[in-house]
Design a protein. Structure first.
Length: 75
């Protein structure tokens, strides 16, 4: 029987960037939840949070899309 040794190499820069992204997203969601209307823990507060987060993230994506196209046009 052959023994298979599996070594996992972790790129520290990539790991830190990934953890930073997760942290930023977590802070974003907590802030959106805090500013959403409704009683704490109620279905309306959760729905309001989901709607607000969707609107904000969609707006950021559209701005990035337009900004990227604008930068390509200028170059």
């Amino acid at each position: 029987m052959q023994r298979l040794d599996i070594f996992i190499l972790i790129d520290s820069k990539k790991a830190i960037r990934t953890l930073a992204g997760i942290g930023i997203f977590t802070v974003f969601m907590v802030l959106i939840y805090a500013f959403s209307e409704g009683d704490s823990g109620s279905d309306m507060k959760l729905a309001s949070t989901a709607i607000n987060a969707t609107i904000i993230l969609t707006s950021i994506a559209i701005l990035g899309w337009i900004g990227g196209s604008l930068v390509k046009f200028i170059k």
